[in-house]
Structure formats: structure tokens, C-alpha cells
Design a binder for this molecule. Structure first.
Ligand code: TYD
Length: 208
């Protein structure tokens, strides 16, 4: 039986990582085999690309080089990890996926939407998330949380209007594909958000 592919999206500090861990524990208790992954990364090659992308010293990186690196990491990830996991019936929970490129590289970095969509389509080679959870939070709040975690990476150093465009980019994607996306208010408590995610997921992928 085909597994499920669930992705989590949102701006920095929206709480994705906490929620992915909680959902993973919940699904394992229910007897599901899960795989946790993230982008950029998820594979040995992807992790090397991730280090290049997030290095705060790489200030000269062009938007196009950035896009290609995300897509290279993604192409490897889909082929090496996501497709095999889904084909063997596992539930894969992924911290960011192609929607991140639409929000960051297109809506925020202002690369042409058609270009980003086309490269995304090539990299994902037909696989789409069954469900995408967006944790929606305002950038002031998100960045405050992200900064508590330590030295800001290349993206956390961006100005507030960049993060505002990322947020609006996500909300526009969710509006266009309301069946795939669930948008949750990221200012709710960790427990409230967890419950909301479980209830949406249960109805979408019949976990009961
Ligand atoms: P990470 O430390 O994982 O951030 P977070 O905890 O907020 O997910 O860094 C990933 C960064 O890469 C994040 O700032 C978003 C950015 N990104 C893109 O710009 N495009 C993409 O396609 C992906 C997957 C991530």
C-alpha cells in the first residue's frame, strides 16, 4: 500500500519542528512506520548543499544559484528518500518542501513564478504532498523565537518585509489549493496546534 507524504511549512520560528516531532510520536504510537526528513537536506548530498545555502558568509549568492541549490537538494531527496519511503507504505513527515521555494525564492526573493514552478516540477518528478500544514505566524513573533535559538542563518538575517512576503506567499498558495493545505494559527499553544493537526490529518488520511 502506498504511504503518505505530509509536509510542514511556515516562516522561521513558526513552530514546525516541535509539531513534526509530536506528530511523529503520535503516529508511531498508532503503529505507523514514519520517516522524518527536512529540506534542504534529508540525504548526504542534500546536507552538504544545506551547509552551502545556510552559511551566513555566503552573502554573494545570487537568487538563481540559490534556487538551483534548493532544487538540486530536492531532486536528490525525492529520488533517494521520499519516493522509496512512500512506495514502501511509510508516512513521511517533511520539514519544508517545494512550497518553500515558491514562498521564499518566488514570493520573497522575487524570481519569476513560472521559473520556480517549472524547476519545482522537474525536481519533484510527479510527487505531491498528500497534505501540507502551514503554521501561520507574524514575522515579528517568528523571528523573535528563531533568534532565541542562536546565531541567525542567511535567511534569518533578511529584513522584516522579506519574511512578510514569505508569509503572504504561503497564504496565497493555500488559497489556491485549499484541499491540500491546512493553515493553523501558530500563536496557539503547542498542545492546541498538535490536536488541530491530528484532527485534520485523521480525516484526510484515515488514521483511525
Ligand atoms: P532551517 O534552519 O531549516 O529553517 P527553519 O527551521 O525555519 O525551517 O533553514 C532552512 C532555510 O531555507 C529557511 O530559511 C527557509 C529556506 N528555504 C528556502 O528559501 N527555499 C526552499 O526551497 C527551502 C526548502 C528552504
Amino acid at each position: 500500500m502506498r504511504g503518505k507524504f505530509i509536509t510542514f511549512e511556515g516562516i522561521e520560528g513558526c513552530g514546525k519542528t516541535t509539531q513534526i516531532k509530536l506528530l511523529d510520536e503520535y503516529l508511531r504510537k498508532k503503529g505507523f512506520e514514519t520517516v522524518l526528513s527536512r529540506e534542504p537536506g534529508g540525504t548526504k548530498i542534500g546536507d552538504k548543499i544545506r551547509a552551502i545555502l545556510l552559511d551566513p558568509e555566503h552573502k554573494e549568492m545570487t537568487p538563481l544559484a540559490e534556487l538551483f541549490l534548493y532544487e538540486a537538494s530536492r531532486a536528490q531527496h525525492v529520488n533517494e528518500l521520499i519516493n522509496p519511503a512512500v512506495e514502501s507504505g511509510k508516512v513521511i513527515l517533511c520539514d519544508r518542501f517545494a512550497d518553500s521555494s515558491a514562498a521564499y525564492q518566488s514570493a520573497a526573493r522575487l524570481l519569476p513564478k513560472d521559473l520556480v514552478d517549472e524547476l519545482n516540477n522537474i525536481a519533484i518528478a510527479g510527487i505531491k504532498p498528500d497534505l501540507t500544514v502551514i503554521l501561520d505566524i507574524n514575522p515579528e513573533e517568528g523571528l523573535k523565537r528563531a533568534h532565541v535559538r542562536g546565531k541567525p542563518d542567511r535567511f534569518e538575517q533578511e529584513k522584516m518585509d522579506f519574511h512578510e512576503r514569505v508569509r503572504n506567499g504561503y497564504l496565497a498558495l493555500a488559497k489556491k489549493e485549499p484541499k491540500r493545505f491546512i493553515v493553523i494559527n501558530g500563536r496557539k499553544t503547542v498542545e492546541e496546534i498538535h490536536k488541530e493537526i491530528i484532527s485534520c490529518i485523521s480525516s484526510a488520511i484515515s488514521l483511525k
